[in-house]
Every structure is written in structure tokens, then in C-alpha cells.
Write a protein of this length. Structure first.
Length: 241
């Protein structure tokens, strides 16, 4: 099957990073589809958030609505069967003896990207877009640039294809990710991300902080909050100038 160069499949969780990546793809490609994964995550509230975010992105821009195609949600409960992690079981978030946080789900992004590639292959899509990042990240080895480049080679060899893995956030800080969202969709998109996306590992949606909803204490919340504070300081400085 021919994979058209103006098409993209975004790995979309309903979080800040994947929403920014989806906006990035919608600003560049004529045909954009999304794929998500229910892997038994404790913060399964993100699955409801992703549906809401998709609906609001369609309403945000007539052009984006025209470009935004079907969404797929795949079940991957196998990760719960493979062993305990802080994202799939009631396990304390901590640093493990391996030097990786207990929130690391071994093989998660490898499987996500492989299944996304299989979907893209069938849909005739060339570009796979993911929000992995090596600048502000939790030490996950499957978020690294080298991992994504190696995956691209393996996928294309194994599927006899010419797909490309796009990582628009790879070298951005979290503050720069907020800035990218603003450049793509202005304050309206930033507010959409603040109010409707989900990042918190605890699945907390109660209190609304300046940076969005979350427990405020888990690593994901702390990173998002710190990035927001840095972004607002930078933008307020520009406004004063």
C-alpha cells in the first residue's frame, strides 16, 4: 500500500504532550488520525479526557476539523499481566534498584509505536507522531531519540515500508512545550490543554491548579507545574518588554 506523505497518525493519550503533538500534526498534514491505548493504567481518566479533547479540537478550528479523521482505541491489558508498575498497579511511586522510576512500564512505548505502525500501514499513513521527550523526562529509556530512530529502522524493515517517526517535543523543555502550543493555537489552545488534558499519574481531576488538574505531588504533576511556571515567567517578560 502506498503511504501518502501528507498523512499522519498521532499516538494520543489525552495528555498535554500528545495534545500539543496533535495540534502540531493538524497544522502540517492534510489527513490526521489518532490512536490511543487502554493498558490498564491507574490514571484511566485520561481515556475520557482524550475523547473530550478530540471533540474540542474539532470545534476549535474548521480547518482542523476537516483534517482530523478517525480515532482508534486499542486494549492492551497484557501490561498488567507482565508485572507490577506504579502506572498499572497500586504501587508507590519511587526510584527502583534499576535506577528507573517505578512508573516505568517496560516495553510500553515500543509496543505503542509498533501497533501504531501496523495501523498506519493499513491506513496508508506515512508519519507516526509521538510526544516522547528526552529533555524533560522521567528517565524512561523508551522515550529517547536513539530508541525512536532504532524503532523507525526496525519498523520499516519489518513492514517493508517508508514510514517516519516524528517527535516534535524531543528536545523541548516542558516550558517550551507550552510555548509551542501557544504558537500553534494561541491562548485558546493553551486554555484547552489546561482545562481538559490529563497528566496526573494518580488520576486526580478534582482541584484546578494554574497549570491544570492533578494531585500536584506526583512526578507528572510536578513537571507540568514547573514547566507552566517557567512558561508564564517567560511570556510575562515578553509582554512587559
Amino acid at each position: 500500500m502506498e503511504h501518502t506523505s501528507d498523512s499522519a497518525l498521532v499516538v494520543f493519550s489525552g495528555g498535554q504532550d500528545s495534545t500539543t503533538c496533535l495540534a502540531w500534526a493538524l497544522s502540517r498534514f492534510q489527513r490526521v488520525e489518532t490512536i490511543g491505548f487502554d493498558y490498564g493504567q491507574r490514571h484511566a481518566v485520561e481515556l475520557a479526557c482524550r475523547t473530550e479533547v478530540l471533540a474540542r479540537l474539532r470545534a476549535y478550528s474548521a480547518d482542523w476539523a476537516k483534517r482530523l479523521g478517525p480515532d482508534s482505541l486499542l486494549s492492551l491489558d497484557v501490561f498488567q499481566q507482565l508485572g507490577e508498575t506504579a502506572l498499572t498497579h497500586d504501587v508507590k511511586i519511587s526510584m527502583t534498584a534499576s535506577g528507573l522510576p517505578s512508573t516505568f512500564v517496560p516495553g510500553r512505548n515500543l509496543i505503542f509505536m509498533t501497533l501504531a505502525a501496523a495501523q498506519a500501514y493499513r491506513r496508508g499513513i506515512k508519519h507516526l507522531v509521538t510526544g516522547v521527550c528526552e529533555t524533560d523526562f522521567s528517565g524512561y529509556p523508551d522515550c529517547r531519540d536513539d530508541t525512536m530512530k532504532a524503532l523507525q529502522v526496525a519498523i520499516n524493515l519489518g513492514m517493508q515500508a517508508r514510514m517516519a517517526i516524528e517527535t516534535p517535543l524531543m528536545w523541548l523543555t516542558k516550558a517550551e512545550t507550552w510555548s509551542l502550543a501557544h504558537s500553534l493555537g494561541g491562548e485558546a489552545l493553551v486554555e484547552l490543554i489546561l482545562e481538559h488534558t490529563h497528566t496526573c499519574y494518580q488520576g486526580e481531576r478534582g482541584q484546578r491548579h494554574p497549570w491544570g488538574h492533578g494531585c500536584g505531588a506526583c512526578p507528572a504533576c510536578e513537571l507540568r507545574a514547573a514547566g507552566w511556571e517557567q512558561y508564564r515567567k517567560a511570556t510575562s517578560g515578553v509582554q512587559r518588554a
